[in-house]
Design a protein around this ligand. Structure first.
Ligand code: CP
Ligand code: NVA
Length: 329
């Protein structure tokens, strides 16, 4: 498998075998890290991380991953560079590609990361846009595989804002890898029809399936993986909270839903998560709407079925695999 020089903008651009290769590579790199084996395969190379939105996991995974591979790394935050204000995406891409061996970009519109890649002569990796979050998917699938030993045929249900970046990407990766994806939320927040039909075609080839439902009880029945994400994503207007709470409260992942799932089902969440009021936004929502937990109850989040910390750790191994596979010659 040769992914040298490839961008990672969305998983629609990758084949099933390429995605499985990246997961297998991540498993190998995870083992090496646990055994303390040196893997500075990319010593002398450098990567730059462009973040127009905040991040904990993605940023740290790219930074630690790059350092583990022996690379230098530069972080540029929302206010740290000329990009956007005084310099176009095209110029930024061409300048950075003269200095770095890879560029990570987290921002708003998907077409901006696509444009960055068009003008960059080095690999560009999408660290989240409003539409897709491909590196998250590699960690999620790695975590499902670690738990069940296989991916094909597993039933993964996403509850909540079913047309956000994470939900869209889950639908894509499940349809590529032959999982049964259930998208569960209110009709108003169903994914775009064009993406649904693309994924249905992909699912036909892989032996998976795509189902859309508004009924959380039907969705949770016999599920292997219950997945949720925040009800309001980065970049959305905070005035939307009231409407979203009203729309999404019935889709909170709680013990009733977990108990409808398979006995050995797991809970996943890309994080960060509002499962208690120990955050400024969580506290504010409690004060304004009386809610102490949102997309997932604290009980489920803290339960043994919750694999969210394994999932978060796997961000490191999978992102490292992406950098290694695309930068190495
Ligand atoms: N899951 C995820 O992308 O987290 P961050 O926003 O912290 O990077
Ligand atoms: N949907 C969330 C994902 C965060 C990792 C957001 O875009 O804020």
């Amino acid at each position: 498998m040769n992914l040298s020089g490839r961008d990672l903008l969305k998983l629609l651009d990758y084949s099933k075998s390429e995605i499985l290769y990246l997961i297998a590579l991540a498993e190998e790199l995870k083992k090496m890290k646990k055994e303390g084996k040196d893997h500075r395969y990319l010593a002398g190379k450098n990567v730059v991380l462009l973040f127009e939105k905040d991040s904990t996991r993605t940023r740290c995974a790219f930074e630690v991953g790059a350092m583990d591979l022996g690379m230098g790394v530069t972080y540029l935050g929302p206010t740290g560079s000329q990009m956007g204000k005084k310099e176009s995406i095209a110029d930024t891409a061409r300048v950075l590609a003269r200095m770095y061996d890879g560029i990570e970009y987290r921002g708003f519109r998907q077409d901006l990361v696509e444009e960055l890649a068009e003008y960059s002569s080095v690999p560009v990796w999408n660290g989240l846009t409003d539409e897709f979050h491909p590196t998250q998917m590699l960690a999620d699938m790695m975590t499902v595989k670690e738990h069940f030993g296989e991916l094909e045929g597993k039933k993964l249900v996403f509850f909540g804002d079913a047309r956000n970046n994470v939900a869209n990407s889950l639908m894509v990766v499940c349809s590529k890898l032959g999982l049964h994806f259930v998208c569960c939320g209110p009709k108003e927040l169903f994914p775009k029809e064009s993406l649904v039909s693309t994924c249905m075609e992909l699912a036909k080839e892989s032996g998976g399936s795509i189902t859309l439902t508004e009924d959380p009880m039907v969705a949770a029945k016999d599920a292997d993986v219950l997945y949720t994400d925040v009800w309001v994503s980065m970049g959305e207007d905070p005035s939307i909270w009231e409407e979203r709470i009203h729309l999404l409260k019935p889709y909170q992942v709680n013990s009733t839903l977990m108990n409808l799932a398979h006995e050995d089902a797991i809970f996943l969440h890309c994080l960060p998560s509002f499962h208690d009021t120990n955050t400024t936004i969580g506290k504010d929502i409690e004060n304004r709407f009386g809610l102490k937990e949102m997309e997932v109850t604290n009980e489920v989040f803290e339960s043994s079925k919750s694999k969210v910390m394994d999932e978060a750790e796997n961000r490191l191994h999978t992102i490292k695999a992406v950098m290694y596979a695309t930068i190495k010659s």
